[in-house]
Design a protein around this ligand. Structure first.
Ligand code: C5P
Length: 233
């Protein structure tokens, strides 16, 4: 692994995103493009970052009927993204369709398939919120259930909270890639993240990749901030 850091480009414009990619591209494993930046700057931005040599993690959290998700995944593979997300609650057929579309499209293009990552339970949902949408399991049980569903459907990775990594490592095959946001230095501002671990703690618990946003892009010197997180590992 070149670098386990994935830096979230939660920035309002393609120009700001490019500036950051230029500053730290050689230090990070991938850049994450989410809904805001994708809706603003679209596939062109993905291509420009990818053509500059940096892998792209497309975090659009697909959740739809299997055929629609498969087509969206195929389009993402054609764009050259290295990681993408789907909601595990879309069900087994949808997850299988996503993984198959990734593999088949990559085979047609003679490239490696991207990592299709399952999102289990959004960290913004608690047990009450789950009950409100008709799910009676507590959050931890629901996370485990959906994580196992992702594995059964053939996915090779998951996004999870840093506080779920250790428990998931107990029940998942060891080659499943775990990607975790919610990373903060001890003593650093938590922003809106309630439950955080340091980068070192999350890696020790069994994470493969760390998604980091504000501690890098909002730092006075993003390159120094990135180097300091890498040194802490
Ligand atoms: O700025 P910060 O480091 O908190 O950014 C974390 C990134 O990970 C953001 O892009 C956020 O949307 C994403 N994320 C998260 N918590 C989740 C899932 C995704 O913070 N449960």
């Amino acid at each position: 692994m070149k670098s386990p850091l994935i830096v979230a480009l939660d920035l309002p414009s393609a120009e700001r995103a490019h500036e950051l990619v230029g500053q730290i591209g050689d230090l990070v494993g991938a850049f994450k493009i989410g809904k805001e930046l994708f809706v603003r700057a679209g596939p062109d931005l993905v291509r420009r970052i990818r053509d500059g040599g940096a892998p792209v993690f497309l975090d659009l959290k697909f959740h739809d009927i299997p055929n629609t998700v498969a087509r969206a995944v195929a389009a993402a593979v054609q764009l050259g993204v290295r990681m993408l997300t789907v909601h595990a609650s879309g069900g087994r057929a949808m997850l299988e369709a996503a993984e198959n579309a990734a593999r088949e499209t990559a085979a047609q293009l003679k490239t490696e398939p991207p990592l299709v990552l399952g999102v289990t339970v959004l960290t913004s949902l608690d047990s009450d919120a789950l009950a409100g949408i008709g799910m009676t399991a507590n959050v931890a049980r629901q996370v485990e259930r959906l994580a196992l569903l992702c594995v059964q459907a053939g996915l090779r990775g998951l996004v999870c909270s840093p506080l779920e990594v250790a428990a998931l490592r107990q029940i998942l095959p060891p080659d499943i890639q775990l990607v975790t946001p919610g990373i903060r230095d001890a003593g650093a501002p938590r922003d809106d993240q309630q439950r955080t671990l340091t980068a070192r703690e999350a890696m020790a618990a069994g994470a493969n990749w760390l998604v980091i946003g504000r501690p890098v892009y909002a730092a006075p010197d993003p390159r120094r901030a990135t180097e300091s997180i890498l040194a802490s590992l």
